[in-house]
Design a binder for this molecule. Structure first.
Ligand code: IMP
Length: 428
């Protein structure tokens, strides 16, 4: 019966994978509900680093059924590669379930993603170029191709021909590219992917409900984050799905009343990749920002891009609490701040001479917002061995308490290093 959602509360890369993995011990099922291989979750097990993009983090536990829900967009070649690479490293992927209703990312989606970005020039969004936006656009246009379509060759070919009759016009007439051959794509997908994926294709909605009905604990694992949400993020600098907790209902097929716990994951500071407003940003060359990037190794798991750093933003976090109905927060990468003399937290914005404590709905105001900081003395102590709240330096404790007070929900976990065991159960 209990359903827990793990959701990113900033602009992604908060370390959701680690906490999903941590909570997974109590779970029977871990379900991805949106996004695709634009996500990159890193999990360190016994010093060995695993980077996964599509397969839910629960795959690392033998007692868990990992499920890719209907709201995910799936590149079948990427999924197979990821399955193979995990298998080669001794991880059993045989329990993986893939929703028949999930939409496929096919080669033209990736091509269109790159072409759209190039077309936008300086106004580009900075997408991961994985074809996410074009695949969701096809889904909304009702010309998308679903995983289940692969199971009927005639339908699969018909749908590919239908969608490419339009997409090829865009490729050739708008972008001056060569048209793609529907049968060639169909041949490749069916011959290289179908046999291996078939045993995993499932009715994910009923699987999830059967687990909940049986009293099993199900974890819904968000990718990307609240401020990359298509509806609630800093549009258009967002992804094309709904990472917020509400996205679980559509992306996995459950009603809101099933959700009993919503854990927001937040870094002790903030990072963002790609373009878009970021009030507490520390620009290139800023000493503190450069140190966050260096110490926190803030480069994309997938794309290798340098992430934009900034101080923790409590204004955005208060909004994230509301949008997601957060019941608690887990703070990651606290240890990255271990050597800072002063730690700052943005508690409000100044916009046109006024103090503002709520996120302005008008994005132009967000672009003009300057952060109002509260400053905390740094703890200048290595926190990476802390496993109990009172192992933390009093100033680190004070920072967490101030953060809780600003945000209005309890912190329950704080991570003090990348390892699976480097965290504390925090009680304020
Ligand atoms: P897309 O999801 O590839 O379309 O990219 C849209 C925006 O979301 C870009 O700014 C990306 O950098 C950002 N984005 C997508 N996935 C992630 C992620 O997993 N972490 C952080 N940012 C992401």
């Amino acid at each position: 019966m209990p359903a827990t959602v793990v959701v990113g509360t900033q602009w992604g890369d908060e370390g959701k994978g680690k906490f999903t993995d941590l909570l997974a011990k109590e779970m029977s099922m871990v379900v991805r509900y949106q996004g695709g291989h634009n996500a990159g979750h890193t999990i360190v097990i016994d010093g060995e680093k695993f980077a996964i993009q599509l397969i839910p983090s629960g795959v690392f536990y033998d007692h868990i059924t990992p499920v890719i829900g209907n709201g995910v967009v799936v590149d079948p070649f990427v999924l197979l590669k990821e399955m193979d690479s995990l298998s080669q490293r001794g991880i059993d992927v045989s329990r993986l379930k893939l929703s028949g209703n999930a939409h496929l990312i096919l080669p033209y989606h990736q091509e269109l993603d790159a072409l759209h970005e190039r077309h936008l020039g300086k106004a580009k969004l900075g997408t991961t170029k994985r074809g996410i936006g074009p695949a969701y656009a096809d889904k909304a246009m009702r010309v998308g191709i679903r995983v289940q379509d692969m199971l009927d060759e005639t339908i699969f070919r018909e749908k590919l021909h239908a969608t490419l009759s339009h997409t090829n016009k865009v490729l050739t007439k708008v972008f001056n590219r060569l048209p793609l051959d529907a049968d060639e794509i169909a041949d490749k997908v069916l011959s290289e992917c179908l046999d291996q994926l078939k045993p995993h294709i499932a009715d994910s909605v009923n699987l999830v409900h059967d687990a909940l009905d049986a009293g099993q604990h199900v974890l819904f694992e968000g990718a990307q984050a609240t401020f990359l949400d298509l509806d609630h993020g800093t549009y258009p600098f967002v992804t094309s799905s709904n990472p917020i907790a509400g996205g679980v209902c559509a992306g996995a097929g459950i009603g809101p009343k099933e959700i009993t716990r919503v854990v927001g994951i937040a870094k002790a500071y903030v990072t963002r990749v790609g373009a878009g407003p970021f009030p507490s940003e520390l620009f290139d060359g800023d000493h503190d920002g450069d140190r966050m990037v260096d110490i926190g190794k803030e480069f994309g798991t997938n794309t290798g891009r340098r992430r934009r750093p900034g101080w923790f933003d409590a204004v955005m976090m208060r909004h994230a609490v509301r949008i997601n109905g957060l019941t608690e927060l887990a703070i990651t990468k606290l240890d990255v701040l271990d050597t800072f003399d002063t730690v700052k937290m943005c508690v409000a914005y100044e916009i046109d001479g006024k103090r503002v404590e709520k996120l302005p709905y008008h994005q132009s105001e967000l672009h003009r917002a300057t952060p109002i900081y509260e400053e905390f003395p740094g703890w200048n102590t290595d926190q990476t061995a802390a496993t109990e709240p009172d192992h933390l330096h009093p100033q680190a404790q004070a920072y967490l308490r101030a953060l809780e007070a600003q945000v209005g929900v309890p912190i329950t976990l704080a991570s003090t290093g990348p390892g699976r065991n480097q965290f504390i159960h925090w009680e304020s």
